[in-house]
Design a protein. Sequence first.
Length: 138
Amino acid sequence: MKIIILSLVLLIGAQSFGQDQIHPIDRENNRCIENATPTTIGSINCEKEALDAWQSEMEIVLQRLRENPELLDVTLLEASQTTWNTFHKAEVNMYYSYYQKNYQGGTMARAAALSFEKRHLRERVLYLIDLHEELNEH
């Protein structure tokens, strides 16, 4: 039963955050999770793939932002990103600790923590994409 609930949380979470249109990473993640259900290991692998994809997307958008120093103070961007990375790691560790206690360890805790980490990273990437789009409107 916990696996079914976790799968629903993963699917709903991917669709409930961010922009009006579904991002291709979300689309692929949703497809992967649908095909992996009801296995926890399958869901973990899907979340890892999506997390890696969001990390790659972040590097791309950060590079695009760095290429526009006339529109954005790159030093402040780097400082902001460094601070966000520290915050992100602390948030992930705190939630992982919670899930370890809630699910008494095991793969369910890992799946839930990966899902949180992916959602948190996703939100940052979407914010940076919006920033990049806004800067290019001017």
